[in-house]
Design a protein around this ligand. Structure first.
Ligand SMILES: [Zn+2]
Length: 334
């Protein structure tokens, strides 16, 4: 047992030496080295795979000389960030969000690695698998579903306000390892659910609802900056936190907001209290996440394999917990 462990360690040290040698070579001859590289290693089918609404961790290794690493997936931009792992060459990591409505299929993740004026392209295949989302039937007051002209105009203006506020992503990565669950409660498991309101099909549910008592404290899931606080028709009192690099979390239906636009927030800081403001059938927290434009399951954050600065292995796939039932009844939502 001990002997094989020691052997493994020797091999991994040897590997590291090789990697360092390759990286040193590549920094001296960046273009030559890569232009002579056969195209075979580019993209392997199913190299990364995940279900609708999941977050994939993509790692580009051996590029510590790079000045910028940026991915494009289904026209969405994925900024990579530098990550250090003890006893390994630094790598770049990108969090790829699969939108809950991305069509199942295989798509290219194109990654551009820049080093000063020079750039090279990497290509990965990402397999998007279908998630079996729940179907929910909700009964709400008629005026909360069928909007009159005035309410429809208000809703539209509020959408625009949010869009403007979130148009510019912070270029700095503000979040750290270890995400915090904003409130302890029952996960209703209805992220992505198809919603039938008063018999009419509506937009799918773009977050997770957590049942909690009125007035329960709501914590920020990670460090960030309050981009906007709102009191909107559907979301009620809400807080949008920008965690940097196109990563946002949202907290809706609050009874009270305890932060202001522009406030710097640390992970776990209390930002508000659970309520039932806006379109809600009872006190709960609607927790939403937007990752580079993709609506992903917020609970996928808690399962990200980042622990105390140690980053995951290159092909780590984050699975969201549990499987979705096809239909269920839950007490609180929206
Ligand atoms: Zn909700």
């Amino acid at each position: 047992m001990t002997t094989s462990k020691q052997t493994d360690m020797r091999i991994s040290r040897l590997d590291r030496t090789l990697i360092v040698a390759v990286v040193l070579l590549s920094s001296v001859f960046p273009v030559e080295l890569f232009s002579n590289t056969p195209s075979a290693p580019k993209g392997v089918d199913g190299e990364y795979s995940g279900k609708q609404g999941q977050v994939l961790v993509v790692k580009v290794k051996g590029e510590e000389q790079a000045t910028e690493v940026k991915g494009t997936f289904l026209k969405r931009t994925i900024p990579f960030f530098r990550e250090f792992r003890p006893e390994e060459p630094a790598g770049y990591i990108g969090l790829l969000g699969i939108d809950m409505q991305d069509e199942p299929g295989t798509y290219e993740l194109a990654v551009e690695v820049k080093q000063g004026e020079q750039a090279k392209q990497l290509s990965f295949n990402v397999l998007v698998a279908k998630e079996k989302f729940a179907v929910e039937h909700l009964t709400l007051p008629k005026d909360k579903v069928d909007l009159d002209e005035k309410a429809a105009a208000r809703w539209k203006a509020e959408q625009e306000q949010v869009k403007r506020a979130l148009a510019e992503d912070s270029r700095l990565k503000l979040w750290r390892s270890n995400f915090v669950e904003p409130v302890t409660g029952k996960r209703t498991g209805i992220f992505g659910s198809v919603r039938i309101m008063n018999g009419q099909p509506r937009n799918p549910h773009n977050g997770e609802d957590i049942g909690a008592p009125l007035g329960a404290e709501v914590a920020a899931t990670n460090d960030g900056i309050v981009r906007i606080t709102v009191d909107h028709l559907f979301s009620g009192k809400g807080v949008f936190i920008d965690h940097g690099l196109g990563f946002y979390t949202m907290y809706f239906h609050l009874s009270e907001i305890l932060v202001k636009d522009g406030d710097l927030i640390t992970a776990g800081q209390i930002i508000g209290k659970v309520g039932a403001t806006g379109r809600a059938t009872g006190p709960h927290l609607h927790w939403g996440v937007k990752l580079n434009g993709a609506r992903v399951n917020p609970y996928s954050l808690l399962d990200l394999p980042f622990k105390n600065g140690v980053t995951p292995s290159p092909n780590a796939t984050v699975q969201t917990p549990g499987t979705m039932p096809t239909s269920q009844t839950v007490p609180v939502r929206e």
